[in-house]
Structures are given as structure tokens and as C-alpha cells.
Write a protein that binds this ligand. Structure first.
Ligand code: NAP
Length: 393
């Protein structure tokens, strides 16, 4: 399986048993709403889908003493596919992100997030239908690699002394220190996946999003490596924006500095299609774009390598809503539909999209969308799940 299968029914699977991490916080609530929808959609299209739980997060810690048991990682490796709810990470202390750990340990090097408005979903922007982008975010490097040391720690002090001695660079004493590694290999494989997908889907452009004016040798290099890869590996199929003629039918490769891209995504979203970017930019920009199509409750995602894929809701554990049966399960439902497409089960995925559309057309909204729409009484998370389930046909 690979990203190239995203819209191809080239897997002969008619049965699938998929490991699922239900997750922390609102994870159990959104999963309870999602599971029946996925299994019914599969059944309606003549497939048999089942899930088995694997542990990660707080539940795993309670039951096994480990937040991320080796057994769970092994189950994903064996199945080569999984679905996952949100996992909590404390700020400024405690365990490092389990989400990042899963991505790094399984080398799921691309975080892939399609951002497309669904008719009937209230949005804060005038033309949400102009938003149809897919983000490819590098998932294993950058400041997310976890190379940072606390202020006043021995390690931070050693690094401060080292850069003073070796490079004659002054860093304020007792500063915290973080490193931002970005490699040619890591950047190029991410851009390669995005370009292959863009070409296969006949998209019009791929935009490299970077902050290379400031971080010249990391983010600036990401831009250089991206253009280089397009040129070397996809000659004749791609063209740099600066060299494209009017009406050029090749895939246009362009780049935007990240701060400008945030503005462009609001003012001229129709001009952007496939986006490839380093880790931190992708984290920020995907939530920003999710806001335009209704919010984090509407944003699906996946972490993908050439070998396997873990599909997950873009949002976190939404701590203030835990146990209230309130949040929007659509992000996980759509991540499940994305997973079905990856399996080549396009018909099942399409049924889910249609059922969601029908629910939204009747203004059946959880609190987040009702708040945006105004004057609509919100339904609960479980009621929304039931409404979508009932509209699957
Ligand atoms: P969050 O859990 O994504 O929630 C931020 C806000 O987004 C919520 O307060 C809510 O907005 C909205 N939201 C999130 N999920 C929603 C849903 N299903 N339906 C409707 N609205 C939803 O982010 P956070 O509060 O910054 O982070 C909480 C924890 O989650 C942290 O431990 C963080 O590390 C973790 N996290 C995990 C993942 C992951 O597992 N992949 C991703 C991000 C964060 P309103 O308040 O406006 O209603």
C-alpha cells in the first residue's frame, strides 16, 4: 500500500480488520460515533470491516505502565494501517508527544491533511468552496525532533559554551536551547510524495511553504531541495512558476514564505492546491485552513510512509469537552473515510461523504457548527453520529 493507492481500488481486500487507538480526552466519544458509520458504509459496499483496539496514551499507561506499548506499534507494523484518536501531551513538562513518537518510531514521514469544504457546513469565510487543498507536512524532523534542553541545564550550558568557543557566537546564559535539523533526504522524500500525488490527481500546482528568508539553511534549503527534486525526478511534468508560460499544462511548482502563505490562504485560496512544507509550518497552517472549512471538528488527516499509514483526527483531546458528549466527530469520521479510500474502498468512502452532506443539508450540527451557523440548536456528538448513520444508504 502507498499514497499512490489513495484513489485506486487496486487492493483486492474485501475484509479488513484494523487496529484502532481510541485515544484520550474526547477520543472514546468520537470513536463511539464513528465506528458504526465506518462499518455500515463498508457493509453497504459489500465489504466487511472490523476493528480491534490497541492501546496508547492514558489508558495504556493505566493498564500496562507504558504510554506507548511496543505491542501496539507491532500491531500497526503488522497491519500496515491503523486509525487513531487524539492523545494528550502535557505542555512544558511530562512525557514527550506520543503522536510525534508514533510518527517517528514508524517513520510515518508525511502528515497528509486534505482540506475541503463540505456543502452545508457553516464557515467564517465568504467562499469556503474555494478551499480545496491537501497539505503534505514533513513529520519526522524540524523542531519536532525533540532536541531541546531546559534553561540552566548542564546540556544547554554545554551547548552555549560550545557555540561560543567553536563559532564565537553569543547565546544569553541560562537560555533554553532547541535544535532544528532538516535533511535533504527528509525534505525530498516528503516533496516526492506530494508531487506524485499532485500529478496522479492532475492537480494544477504544488506550493513549497517555507520560512527560508530567515532560516536560510533549513527552511531555505527545503525550498531549494523541493525545486531540485521536481526538476530532477519529474522533468517535463513539472515547471517552476518563474518559468511557466501562459496556459502551461505542466504542474506548476511554486513557493511562498510561510507568513505570506497564511494570508494567501485566506485571500486567494483558489490559487493553491497541493502544499508541501516542513513540520512546524504544517502544524500551524493545517489548523488555520481547518478553520475555513468549519473548524478542527471537520479536519481529517493521516500519517503516511511508503509502507504504512495511521489515519487520525487533526484535533487534540479537547479537554474542556471531555465527557459532555458534545464535540464534532466528523474529523474522525472523515479520517476513516480517507482510510477507506487508501484501501481502495472508494464506494464506502463516498457513501460516508454523501451521508455527512445530507446531515449538514438538514442543519444537523454539533455545538461548533451550530455556533458558527447561529440560531440552530446543536445536537450531541452521539446524536450527530446516529444522524449520519441513519442517512447512509
Ligand atoms: P484541541 O484538543 O484540538 O482543541 C482545541 C479546540 O479546538 C477546542 O477547544 C475546540 O474549540 C476545537 N475542537 C477540537 N476538537 C474538536 C471537535 N472534535 N469538535 C469541535 N471542536 C473541536 O487542542 P488543544 O486544546 O490545544 O490540545 C489538547 C491536547 O490535545 C494537548 O494535550 C495536545 O497535545 C493534544 N493534541 C493531540 C493531537 C493528536 O492527538 N494528533 C493533536 C493536537 C493536540 P472551541 O474551544 O472553540 O470549542
Amino acid at each position: 500500500m502507498s499514497i499512490e493507492n489513495l484513489d485506486a481500488s487496486n487492493l483486492a481486500l474485501i475484509d479488513a480488520e484494523i487496529p484502532v487507538i481510541i485515544g484520550d480526552g474526547v477520543g472514546p466519544e468520537i470513536w463511539a460515533a464513528t465506528e458504526p458509520i465506518l462499518t455500515k458504509a463498508a457493509a453497504l459496499s459489500g465489504k466487511k470491516l472490523a476493528f480491534f483496539e490497541i492501546l496508547a496514551g492514558e489508558k495504556a499507561f493505566k493498564e500496562t505502565g507504558s504510554h506507548l506499548p511496543e505491542q501496539s506499534l507491532e500491531a500497526i507494523k503488522k497491519s500496515r494501517i491503523a486509525l487513531k484518536g487524539p492523545l494528550a501531551t502535557p505542555v512544558g513538562k511530562g512525557i514527550r508527544s506520543l503522536n510525534v513518537a508514533i510518527r517517528q518510531k514508524l517513520d510515518l514521514y508525511a502528515c497528509v491533511r486534505p482540506v475541503k469544504w463540505i456543502e452545508g457546513v457553516p464557515s467564517p469565510v465568504k467562499n469556503p468552496s474555494h478551499v480545496d487543498m491537501i497539505l503534505f507536512r514533513e513529520n519526522t524532523e524540524d523542531v519536532y525532533q525533540g532536541l531541546e534542553w531546559a534553561a540552566s541545564s548542564e546540556q544547554a550550558q554545554d551547548l552555549i559554551n560550545y557555540v561560543k568557543q567553536r563559532f564565537n557566537v553569543y547565546v544569553r546564559p541560562n537560555s533554553a536551547i532547541g535544535l532544528k535539523p532538516m535533511s535533504e533526504f527528509g525534505s525530498k522524500r516528503l516533496v516526492r510524495m506530494a508531487l506524485k500525488w499532485a500529478l496522479k490527481e492532475k492537480r494544477t500546482s504544488l506550493t513549497l511553504v517555507h520560512k527560508g528568508n530567515i532560516m536560510k539553511f533549513t527552511e531555505g534549503a527545503f525550498r531549494t531541495w523541493g525545486y531540485e527534486l521536481a526538476d530532477q525526478e519529474f522533468p517535463g511534468l513539472t515547471v517552476a512558476e518563474s518559468e511557466a508560460a501562459q496556459g502551461d499544462t505542466r504542474l506548476i511548482v511554486k513557493d511562498r514564505i510561510a507568513d505570506n502563505m497564511f494570508m494567501q490562504s485566506l485571500l486567494r485560496p483558489a490559487e493553491y492546491s497541493v502544499l508541501a512544507m516542513p513540520n512546524l509550518n504544517g502544524d500551524y497552517l493545517s489548523d488555520c485552513l481547518a478553520g475555513q472549512i468549519g473548524g478542527l471538528g471537520m479536519a481529517p488527516g493521516a500519517n503516511i510512509s511508503d509502507e504504512m499509514a495511521v489515519f487520525e483526527a487533526t484535533h487534540g483531546t479537547a479537554p474542556k469537552y471531555v465527557g459532555l458528549d458534545k464535540v464534532n466527530p466528523s474529523s474522525l469520521i472523515l479520517s476513516g473515510a480517507f482510510m477507506l479510500r487508501y484501501l481502495g474502498w472508494n464506494e464506502a468512502a463516498e457513501l460516508i461523504h454523501q451521508a455527512l452532506k445530507r446531515a449538514f443539508a438538514e442543519s444537523i450540527y454539533t455545538y461548533d457548527l451550530a455556533r458558527q451557523a447561529g440560531c440552530v440548536e446543536p445536537v450531541k456528538c452521539s446524536e450527530f453520529g446516529r444522524a449520519v448513520f441513519d442517512r447512509l444508504s
